[in-house]
Design a protein around this ligand. Structure first.
Ligand code: ATP
Length: 453
């Protein structure tokens, strides 16, 4: 079967952004000041969703393994870190200006960009276009440390979390029980002064990364590179991404970064086309060697009978970009009984709210007397929501739009036989279960593998 070329589904980036705003996932940042282009603030459900994405990453990378440890390094590091890593000299994109429309473009993305005056054309395609030569634009945000702003106070906001890991190699190997092959994982904010941010959460100037550096004996690097490509692909599939929308794309030799002997992108078929979700790179010994030379500190593995500079395999993912992919993949519109329904078919472990507890009539003391205690029991072990407003249909719709997989409804039969209905977000099936068993049933379902669609 050939690869899909066009996104299949009802989602568009615009629809997902509109739902995100309407339902409290993601707001345009600095909205009341007219917005700050391509910066976003996460609302309640967005915070919960992104936290779940990061927690699932940490579960797979650290909790369910015994060879990876965590790190949380500073955002502002010694400026020499970025000289040694090559970022000061080379972390740049080729920038092109148009003297006519004053727009700026990434020279390597001209084919995807729209001319400032005639958006149906690409920059450079009309007689009026007047493009400058491409020049290198460094993407690092500069700041200064201390009260005096001079050359000696120059510092950078980190453009990736990886370097914080390399410079802690010695700390980690001398304080924790690790031995190659082993990894150091980090989740945190990174900053890049992108020339052309856009497509909602896809490319922003401030974003969160989930990166892991896996240190291996040099002879094993190819094996571990292949291993991590397969492992990371499986992670997205286990969390529900359609496999027809996920592919591995090895970089061509002329695309490779200076440090890499092999890189593959995991790409997702977004409504904007196939785009990078995560990069898996074989970085060799480039980073440890560069920091050892620049700092004068030996960065090597010393075993009983061996001594070497480990090679590094790096799966580098974006928490916001992954969140966008999960949202886009989950977004669906369908007709139910003549009504349009929008639903987020999120994997239950990613869903911001796992269960909604709904008394059929919000003002009925008998129903509330059962619903409140059930909700208070459930919220101790999972994210739960209590809703007694509006009609039951409206409440179901609201939960569908935020992706809540299950709703428990307390009605008059509950008072008679102690059962509640459990409604399934995807199949819309309703069954009656004993109220006493609800918690165990939901906990069990959250542990089960989940079949999307
Ligand atoms: P791109 O080619 O899209 O700019 P990159 O190859 O520079 O990405 P890496 O440096 O490999 O990206 O970063 C690893 C991951 O971090 C990316 O796969 C992506 O998920 C995320 N990421 C990078 N830049 C951004 C950004 N500006 N906004 C959101 N996420 C980002």
């Amino acid at each position: 079967m050939g690869e899909l070329e066009v996104y299949e589904g009802t989602a568009t980036i615009e629809k997902v952004a509109a739902l995100g705003r309407r339902r409290g996932f993601v707001y345009p940042s600095s909205d009341i000041y007219g917005g700050l282009g391509s910066a976003y603030d996460y609302g309640h459900y967005g915070v919960l969703l992104k936290q779940n994405v990061k927690a699932e990453w940490q579960r797979a990378m650290v909790q369910e393994r015994d060879d990876i440890v965590m790190l949380d390094s500073a955002i502002i590091l010694h400026p020499q870190v970025w000289v040694a890593s090559g970022h000061v000299g080379g972390f740049s994109d080729p920038l092109v200006d148009c003297r006519t429309c004053k727009h700026r473009y990434r020279a390597d993305h001209i084919g995807d960009a729209a001319c400032g005056r005639r958006p149906s054309k690409h920059p450079g395609e009309t007689a009026d276009c007047d493009l400058t030569e491409a020049r290198a634009f460094n993407l690092m945000f500069e700041t200064s440390i201390g009260p005096v702003r001079d050359e000696g106070s120059l510092a950078y906001l980190r453009p990736e979390t990886a370097q914080g890991i390399f410079i802690n190699f010695k700390n980690v190997t001398s304080s924790l029980r690790v031995k190659p092959p082993f990894g150091i994982a980090q989740i945190g904010k990174s900053f890049r002064n992108e020339i052309t941010p856009g497509n909602f959460l896809f490319r922003t100037r401030e974003f969160e990364q989930m990166e892991m550096e896996f240190f291996v004996p040099p002879a094993e690097s190819v094996k571990w590179y292949e291993y991590w490509i397969a492992e990371r692909r499986r992670w997205y599939l286990d969390l529900g991404l359609r496999d027809t929308h996920l592919r591995v794309r090895p970089h061509d030799p002329d695309e490779l970064s200076h440090y890499s002997s092999g890189t593959s992108d995991l790409e997702y078929l977004f409504p904007i086309g196939w785009s990078e979700l995560e990069g898996i790179a074989n970085r060799g010994d480039f980073d440890l060697t560069a920091h050892a030379e620049a700092s004068g500190t030996k960065l090597e593995w010393i075993g009983h009978e061996e001594r070497y500079v480990p090679h590094v395999i790096e799966p580098a993912a974006g928490a916001d970009r992954a969140t966008l992919a999960f949202l886009v993949d989950a977004y669906d519109e369908e007709e139910v009984g003549g009504d349009e329904r929008t639903v987020l078919r999120l994997h239950p472990r990613l869903a911001p709210v796992k269960v909604a507890v709904l008394p059929l009539i919000g003002k009925d003391d008998g129903l509330v007397g059962h619903a409140r205690p059930l909700y208070e029991e459930l919220r101790k072990v999972m994210s739960a929501e209590y809703d007694d407003s509006a009609s039951i249909g409206k409440r179901y719709r609201r939960q569908d739009e935020i992706g809540t997989p299950w709703a428990l409804t307390i009605d008059h039969q509950t008072l008679e036989d102690g059962t509640v209905t459990i409604r399934d977000r995807d199949s819309l099936a309703q069954e009656r279960i004993p109220i006493d068993g609800a918690r165990a049933l939901l906990e069990d379902r959250l542990r089960q593998p989940w079949q999307p669609r």
